[in-house]
Design a binder for this molecule. Structure first.
Ligand code: NAD
Ligand code: MG
Length: 394
């Protein structure tokens, strides 16, 4: 029986992972090792009971008593706190879903790789902050990282049976998010609710706002470079409002392989769950006659400074990815709290990268986890200070 763990089980990706595990036979078909969640203890406990998990872990230490109570009599062990989440990753499992949002997903993912199984990686932040470290850990333990981000799953599938040396370019599609048709001058005044109204995908709150600002695509450009090992100049972004082409790979003979499907994350989660086989999945089938046409357009860099910043981060390398992601997370916190405006997020990240430049060390520095976590901490601090200045001047 295959053993599985799901980190971030109470989120959007986590819930869709459970849906697929349930359809594949649930607790009778999988040995569920660890399930972890954040603040939603009711959903965590319910999932742990249903799937008869060995252990359920919540992020907040303060939630332990309530989690224990909710699991009373179930036989599921309860634990709490970031260290307990990392320890849950030390329990061997054949297939581990990494679906915590943010840099908090890095350490559990790294620890899970030590068992040499499959890490289904939704947490793109781990590749952005510590790509070389993650890839080296996977190689050292014979583990397999499978991308779950829809674009990267699409690229991975387009590359099946191909040589990476034959790849000329990788084209990431972007929906443009909730505000893509707004006039540029209105963007600065966009509210959280407006940025949350994504046209095509239902996702967690943070990635939905990141879609509107294109910080999500910026992270994905870096993720592409780290995961597939291509040069930054080979990664392109194209706006594709329908979200039906999930990404494309261009080869040196001029051929382009595109991956299409309904915008449903259960496709990429299911692909990673069943890999290297394909199994039936409960996703809508495209009716191309009904789709009729697909549209593409170049992204306007003035609207999306995040894309330019991603290029700078890739050129800088070293700890720049960790600084970029953490500054972005801190800026997003401030936007969600109403302290700064929508376009201020990019301004905060850009200013933070500038002040952090001397702390980043040589670009070719081999990454250590401590350095990455240190930069993450420092970048949050600096970005918080910069955001506070912007908020004070508003
Ligand atoms: P979400 O906000 O819906 O869920 C996040 C999960 O992480 C929840 O279980 C939450 O409780 C947990 N969590 C949050 N902070 C935590 C912390 N500090 N410590 C431990 N756990 C914590 O997010 P999501 O949309 O499911 O996204 C999860 C990851 O997948 C992100 O990295 C996101 O970029 C990526 N992703 C999501 C989608 C999507 O469609 N939702 C698509 C592609 C990639
Ligand atoms: Mg994506």
């Amino acid at each position: 029986m295959r053993s599985v763990s799901v980190f971030g089980v109470t989120g959007s990706i986590g819930a869709q992972t459970l849906d697929l595990l349930r359809r594949a036979g649930g607790a009778g078909a999988f040995r569920v090792v660890a399930l972890t969640g954040g603040r939603n203890l009711a959903a965590l406990a319910e999932a742990a009971r249903e799937f008869r998990a060995e252990v359920a872990v919540c992020a907040d230490e303060g939630g332990l008593a309530e989690l224990r109570e909710r699991l009373a009599g179930s036989g599921v062990a309860a634990a709490a706190g970031a260290a307990a989440i990392a320890e849950a990753a030390d329990r061997p499992a054949d297939w581990v879903m990494s679906a915590i949002v943010g840099a908090a997903g890095l350490v559990p993912g790294l620890r899970a790789l030590r068992h040499g199984g499959v890490l289904a990686l939704a947490n793109k932040e781990s590749l952005v902050t510590a790509g070389p470290l993650l890839m080296a850990e996977a190689a050292a333990h014979g583990a397999r990282i499978l991308p779950v981000d829809s674009e990267h799953s699409a690229i991975f599938q387009a590359l099946a049976g191909e040589e990476i040396a034959a790849v000329e370019r990788i084209i990431l599609t972007a929906s443009g998010g909730a505000l893509r048709d707004w006039p540029l001058e209105r963007l600065a005044g966009a509210t959280v609710d407006e940025a949350l109204a994504h046209p095509n995908w239902a996702m967690g709150q943070r990635i939905t706002i990141d879609s509107a600002s294109m910080f999500n695509k910026a992270l994905e450009v870096i993720e592409t470079r780290e995961f597939f090992g291509v040069e930054p100049g080979q990664v392109e972004v194209i706006l594709h409002p329908e979200s039906l082409v999930h990404s494309l790979v261009g080869f040196r003979d001029g051929a382009i392989m595109a991956h299409m499907g309904a915008p449903d994350m259960r496709h990429s989660i299911g692909y990673a769950l069943n890999w290297p086989r394909r199994e039936a999945l409960p996703v809508a089938r495209l009716d191309l006659a009904q789709v009729a046409s697909l549209t593409f357009r170049a992204p306007d860099e003035a609207r999306y400074p995040a894309l330019r910043l991603a290029r700078e981060v890739m050129a800088r390398r070293g700890l720049a990815g960790a600084a970029f992601n953490a500054a972005k997370e801190a800026a997003l916190d401030q936007f969600l709290a109403g302290a700064i405006g929508f376009m201020d997020m990019a301004a905060v990240v850009e200013a933070a990268l500038e002040v952090l430049e001397p702390e980043m060390g040589p670009a070719n520095l081999p990454q250590g986890l401590e350095d990455v976590l240190g930069m993450d901490h420092l970048a949050r601090q600096r970005a918080g200070e910069i955001a506070a200045r912007i908020a004070g001047g508003r």
